[in-house]
Design a protein around this ligand. Structure first.
Ligand code: SF4
Length: 460
């Protein structure tokens, strides 16, 4: 059973008399378990819906709807599938107290993998889940592989029951499911020969493995550092050499690199990022893979739309990871708009300096940086939109409105600068605090939960 959270006015759902609190029981006699059933089973133009109104009255609707006409129904958020693993590098274990509540949930949910691109390990699938993935064609899925050697993978996941990933991927691949995959690189465990084996095994599965990323493990001050360490520069260089080897082979044999290092891997290795074209459609940009080049590409594409902001002083907040790279981006923006961009690199005071992504910056650290002088005389300041969830709350549970009220300059949330700069130019920097449209999702958790690689939320 699933329950309606809200119904859009004047929608088909409202016409039928559906209201918040209505329980949706079955479609064409098939019980509804979650939003996937709802979406897939109601995709036909005609279906029978069994429901129970909040009054307790059972009712059956014979629904006909023209193709594409939405029901206008928002469902209550689903119960998230919990994780069966206990990785030493787990994001949740590395969380201090006082964060947004969802950040303490170890989710491992193939449904969110399909919907949002959250990485799942597929270690908690029941036979029924396997059937649904195939029946509903939940493809592509995003899978944390980490290692294809079953023993190594079980060690990394701290789960002796974890199924062998290769037969599972092969079985799905034969049934038409494709995957984006990742390897969180844990030095001494799945690097070196293990990394080469993992990439080789995944490459051998052929076209259904759409991409693989290698992401260096990131830890906080609260992580189990006695059990797992971060890679050194040499570890990162060695991993990049393996990545390059497979990327070069894939480029020659398949016409695309297929295998990518995360931006962090290049940064930590002290090596330059590949050009934008290397990343194709930037399929793993939300996993921190090509996110810098993606940002530059978006700015270049918006050049015509960007207004003249001559003489304006614009603060740009970012985390320490993007600090060395952001001048590249800001130089393009300054040349196009005439504005003066002041880069404000904020260290993460909540998780510790090892957590460098802008998407995990707490409001408290941003406030301190801007009120300590960096925010003086700015016309406005641009903050990474990835740092807030759908409720506009930062990771330390401070709302964007509350932070804005404490800052010495108007603030705007942005994914790629172009989204707010064009607006600000038109409205004399009075645009409100809101998420740029691309992030709006309803009824499900913001995808900024975690991705099993600890902290590779995209940086802006
Ligand atoms: S990192 Fe992901 S897979 Fe590992 S224990 Fe945490 S939630 Fe589970």
């Amino acid at each position: 059973m699933i329950r309606i959270q809200s119904v859009a006015p004047h929608s088909l759902g409202a016409e039928l008399g559906l209201v918040a609190g209505t329980e949706l029981l079955a479609v064409n006699g098939r019980a509804l378990e979650d939003f996937l059933d709802w979406e897939f089973l109601t995709a036909d133009e005609r279906f029978l819906l069994a429901a129970r109104l909040p009054t307790g009255q059972g009712i059956e609707y014979d629904i006909e709807r023209p193709e594409g006409l939405p029901m206008g129904v928002t469902l209550e958020p689903p119960r998230i599938r919990r994780c069966a693993n206990h990785c030493d590098f787990c994001f949740v274990d590395g969380n201090p107290e006082g964060l947004r509540a969802p950040l303490y949930i170890r989710d491992d949910d193939y449904r969110l993998s399909f919907r949002y691109g959250n990485f799942a390990t597929l270690t908690n699938l029941k036979p029924w889940d396997v059937e649904r993935i195939v029946e509903y064609r939940l493809s592509p899925l995003y899978v944390s592989v980490h290692a294809t050697d079953p023993t190594i993978r079980r060690w990394l996941l701290r789960n002796p029951e974890a199924p062998d990933i290769m037969p599972l991927l092969r079985m799905f691949a034969e049934r038409g499911i494709a995957f984006h995959t990742q390897v969180v690189l844990v030095p001494g465990i799945n690097d070196g020969a293990q990394l080469a084996r993992t990439l080789g095994d995944l490459y051998g599965l052929g076209a259904p493995i759409l991409s693989v990323s290698v992401v260096p493990v990131a830890l906080t001050e609260f992580s189990k550092r006695q059990l797992v360490r971060e890679p050194t520069r040499e570890d990162c260089r060695a991993a990049l050499a393996t990545v390059d080897q497979f990327a070069t082979r894939a480029l020659g044999e398949r016409g695309a690199p297929w295998c990518h290092g995360a931006d962090d891997l290049y940064l930590q290795a002290g090596e330059p990022l590949p050009p934008a074209a290397w990343y194709g459609d930037f399929e793993q940009r939300e996993n921190g893979v090509g996110s810098v080049r993606y940002l530059q590409t978006r700015i270049a594409a918006a050049r015509e739309r960007l207004p003249g902001l001559g003489g304006r002083r614009v603060g740009v907040v970012t985390g320490t990871a993007m600090g060395p790279l952001m001048p590249l981006v800001l130089a393009d923006l300054a040349a196009t708009t005439g504005a003066r961009f002041e880069l404000i690199v904020v260290s993460n005071t909540l998780f510790g300096p090892s957590v460098t992504t802008a998407g995990l910056l707490p409001a408290g650290a941003i406030e301190r940086a801007l009120t300590d002088g960096a925010g003086a005389d700015l016309d406005f300041v641009v903050l990474p939109a990835e740092a807030v969830n759908d409720d506009l709350r930062f990771i330390d549970d401070v709302t964007a409105d509350d932070l804005a009220a404490r800052l010495p300059a108007p603030m705007h949330l942005s994914y790629d600068f172009a989204d707010v700069l064009s607006e600000c130019g038109m409205r004399s920097v009075e645009c409100g605090i809101d998420l740029p449209a691309s992030s709006q999702d309803v009824g499900l958790p913001h995808r900024n939960g975690h991705n099993h690689s600890a902290f590779h939320i995209p940086q802006g």
